[in-house]
Design a binder for this molecule. Structure first.
Ligand code: 5GP
Ligand code: MN
Length: 328
């Protein structure tokens, strides 16, 4: 499938790259890296997203050129869609009328593209983009190296999760050789928070609760917590990992209150607890250890239903050997 992607790039000129709503480190790092690769090959390429670049990723090379759009508004020979479970995830309605190249590392992704290049062994789509760069003969510039490194760094949870393999470190080592600066990138992504974000962490963690077994924990972000701390919804990213740092906790739910009685729920788990199955029951999706959904509901009813489903998921999980964690 990589061969067909290379052939497509070689035969055409005008490309767009997009990814899912509320882009993260892998979706942005991989999209920007692919854009640098295409421009290096003298192709006309741009990254378009329906949401703005979150604060944490604004220092990635090329981030300032990401064009925020409501829909596809130019003509392209092909649109690359990075790490999306379905054709609606980018939030660009006319995408379905384009020639779409679906590039993903999630085994559950729908084969919605005209070309589908899926590699569920890749720790991040960044690994696939790096392989593409080498296969097509791109010079690995420091921009490409930095963007791919950011994708690997974030999707492996700073090389903590079980998707981190020998290959991940081998690629990371090559990226450093090509100019990626680990400390500088970690600083830009993880040590550059707005003050309001850290205050929000405090407010949200003060809502922490757990069930009687101590294996399930949940937190809630109210609209008031955001307005009182001056934080934005973006600032809530990553807070869900704190409850997961409790040794006994195996599954976490994070309820974010949105306007109109709507909640966005993130789920995370350790070991072999499958939270994607839980998210699917509420109309969402994701991976076994990181999933989510958005729903209009009464909070008390919703939270007790989600906690019950998480209890089922923990009870059904095969016993773990050690503490495997594999979000994203
Ligand atoms: P997060 O909690 O970081 O928003 O999302 C975690 C994972 O769940 C990501 O892989 C994301 O794609 C997936 N996810 C979150 N919300 C939804 C949703 O509404 N639908 C689907 N299909 N996946 C989701
Ligand atoms: Mn990813």
């Amino acid at each position: 499938m990589l061969g067909q992607v290379i052939e497509l790039i070689e035969k055409h000129e005008r490309f767009a790259i997009t990814s899912h709503i509320r882009p993260d480190g892998d979706s942005l790092g991989s999209s920007l890296a692919l854009c640098w690769i295409l421009r290096g090959l003298k192709k006309d390429a741009e990254v378009i997203m329906c949401d703005h670049v979150p604060h944490a990723y604004r220092k990635l090379p090329g981030a300032e050129d990401v064009r925020v759009v409501k829909d596809i508004d130019r003509s392209y020979d092909a649109v690359f869609v990075i790490e999306c479970s379905d054709v609606d995830r980018p939030g660009l309605p006319s995408l379905k009328d384009q020639f779409v190249v679906n590039i993903d590392h999630h085994s559950t992704t729908a084969l919605f593209g005209d070309l589908n290049w899926i590699d569920s062994t890749a720790a991040a789509v960044g690994e696939m983009i790096y392989n593409l760069a080498k296969a097509i003969g791109s010079k690995i510039s420091s921009e490409i190296a930095s963007c791919v490194y950011a994708a690997l760094l974030t999707d492996t949870g700073s090389f903590h999760f079980s998707n981190t393999t020998e290959r991940t470190f081998k690629i990371a080592s090559e990226l450093v050789r090509h100019g990626a600066q680990p400390a500088k990138l970690s600083q830009a992504i993880f040590y550059n928070y707005p003050y309001a974000k850290v205050r929000l962490v405090g407010a949200v963690l003060s809502t922490l609760q757990r069930d009687e077994t101590g294996r399930i924990a949940w937190i809630k972000m109210s609209k008031d917590a955001m307005s009182q701390t001056g934080a934005t919804e973006d600032d809530s990213d990553g807070i869900i990992n704190y409850p997961l740092t409790v040794g006994d906790v195996e599954a976490v739910a994070f309820f974010r209150e949105l306007p109109n009685d709507t909640y966005r729920i993130s789920l995370r788990s350790k070991n072999r607890v499958n939270v994607a199955r839980v998210a699917e029951q509420f109309g969402g999706g994701g991976h076994a250890n990181a999933a989510g959904f958005t729903i209009k509901a009464n909070f008390e009813t919703l939270s007790s239903e989600v906690i019950e489903k998480l209890k089922d998921a923990v009870a059904q999980a095969p016993a773990a050997n050690g503490r495997e964690i594999k979000p994203r």
